[in-house]
Design a binder for this molecule. Structure first.
Ligand SMILES: [Fe+2]
Length: 237
């Protein structure tokens, strides 16, 4: 069973599910897709937009109740997809930003227009708090396009790399294809996740993504990623 470390399944808190019915449908789809654990990661912009924490907690509990009442083979953990802001390191230190399932890992998102130096500076600051940054859907940032850059981010700032399962199914733009292939072939990708939203075209596709991974890059690489997706075997969690 897969662990999905990036999901907008909880309704009413971001651009993910809008209504409880959508959450319920997404939970059912996750089970069908082979997912046994979801870390719920609503968008959060620390110090800029106030996150509706009370609403999130209430809806999270209701989602857990639904899972229990229907005996679904699924467990939920809380987290956040944190759009990096200047206030992020301080709020992380103060324990005011949720990490992935209360582990040392924090899912960090950047703007597609951010420069490499901004991303490096941000990762250094997050890493300096003692938490370990996981870059959300790293394939989306034009500033990161060379394998050496990824190696450096990983070695200097203890960064983990998350790629969306959908990106394995969709054809990458020609100029990105070699970079994308090298990321996997060199073992630089740590996690595949759905980043699922309720709307069309952003559904869950973990099984399909893992099948594509297996057929493109082979059994060894697929197994290495599956092992890491057993969330609680994270080395430092
Ligand atoms: Fe996301």
């Amino acid at each position: 069973m897969f662990t999905d470390i990036h999901s907008h399944v909880i309704w009413g808190v971001d651009d993910g599910a809008e209504e409880k019915e959508e959450t319920v449908r997404m939970l059912q789809e996750a089970v069908t897709d082979g997912i046994g654990t979801i870390i719920c990661t609503p968008h959060m912009t620390p110090g800029v937009y106030e996150f509706p924490q009370a609403v999130f907690e209430e809806h999270f509990r209701e989602a857990e109740d639904f899972i229990r009442e229907n005996a679904m083979p699924l467990r939920l953990f809380s987290g956040a997809e944190v759009l990096y802001t200047e206030q992020t390191p301080r709020l992380l230190r103060e324990g005011r930003i949720p990490t992935l399932g209360a582990s040392q890992y924090v899912l960090v998102e950047f703007s597609p227009t951010d420069s490499l130096s901004h991303i490096q500076d941000a990762l250094q600051k997050v890493s300096g708090t003692g938490y370990l940054p996981v870059i959300a859907h790293m394939e989306r940032y034009p500033a990161i396009g060379k394998i050496d850059q990824v190696r450096e981010l990983k070695s200097r700032f203890r960064t983990m790399v998350q790629i969306n399962a959908r990106s394995l199914i969709r054809k990458q733009p020609f100029f990105r294809r070699r970079f994308f292939d090298s990321l996997f072939q060199e073992g630089l990708v740590d996690y595949i996740a759905t980043d699922t939203h309720a709307f069309a075209g952003r559904g869950t596709c973990m099984t399909e993504g893992m099948q594509a991974l297996r057929s493109k890059y082979g059994e060894n690489i697929a197994q290495a990623i599956e092992r890491k997706l057993d969330f609680f075997s994270f080395p430092d969690a």
